[in-house]
Ligand binder design. Sequence first.
Ligand code: ADP
Ligand code: MG
Length: 404
Amino acid sequence: MKLDTRAMRHLTAEDWKVLAAVEQGSKNHELVPVSIIERFSRLKGGSSLVNKCISTLAKTSLIAKMKEAKYDGYRLTYGGLDYLALHTHSQKKHIYSVGTRVGVGKESDIMLVADHTGAQQILKIHRLGRISFRTVKTNRDYLKKNASGSWMYLSTLAARKEYAFLSALHNAGIPVPLPIAHSRHTIVMSLVDAPPLRQISSVPDPAALYASLIELYLRLAKHGLIHGDYNEFNILIREDVVVSTSSEEDGNTEETITLTPVVIDFPQMISMEHVNAEMYFDRDINCIKTFFERRFHFKATTPGPFYKDVRKTVGQDGFERLDATLEASGITKKMAKDLEAAIRQHEEEKLQNPEAFQADEDDEDDEEEDEDEETASDGEKEEEQQPSIVIGFKTPSGAAEEGM
Ligand code: ADP
Ligand code: MG
């Protein structure tokens, strides 16, 4: 799935209304009948205008017909939902232009965008259900049991959950990107000018960095939360340089560099009270330990931290519990369960069937449109990339070097 915004500026106000009508109709219809599209779009021009708009939208692959349909109807495509979300962000002046893609996982596209002032930000487009929907047969049963347009439901839920946690964590002073806006399956957040831990080949003090990662994790735990995917891809390492004058007379400056972890990616976050909390806790901690051993040849001298001890710290020291954030944001228990099931299924598929995640996405058994032309392996390519960033060292000239 590639976000192609070229057709956006050619759409008329009527086209947008018809597109929104298809979205609205999708809540109750897998295939939205033309009569419903007409009713929801409330266009004065009547059915001929609606048909004209439908034809424009179908040509641009924002809506699509399904083969073997019993009646004349359309459904929203990924592209259609992307356009609606972008349109909302643009109207609210959160996004003015869309730039390059920073990253593509199987669950999201990360785009560099700019607002009206030219400030760069990140747009995360959730794509949960994408691979499962297209390439993994077993998942079809799961999806069929659920709401129509399941990818839309799941991706939208993932974005809602992520935005809710991003906001809650930001308010609690946890280093995360600044949440800016949320629409449908997308969120806009600040661009963190820091590489993911994955790309860092060397740091001056691995022990100190390790300690700060564990400390951050334990802070989340005190808020009642388990990240659930705490790994080298989801932790960005920011280099903070503090310059101070060491002596009044000679004016020499002293530089201190601190490495601050910024945590991202929250759709899978769970409560410390979740039935599988301990398993996810251990998995996260082990992920960091393994990475530090492999990359920096650093092994912590003390064992742990252990879930049973950390469990006792939830809500301590005046830490506000944030594990009820979801309910507070209107995500019901059923929705949370659906999302969790989809994420778990996705993880399992990735483990069992890595080829499916590398294969081309064009497995369109029952879909007519396909605007995808790239392979799905971009995420994996990133994994193959050699880490190259040296961070946190002072250079002889006194300037911090990023070594890119
Ligand atoms: P996914 O759910 O697909 O793993 P992530 O939220 O982890 O998506 O983002 C994927 C990658 O995009 C990250 O590893 C990071 O390199 C980059 N990224 C995501 N959000 C930001 C941000 N706010 N600032 C800078 N880089 C980001
Ligand atoms: Mg990630």
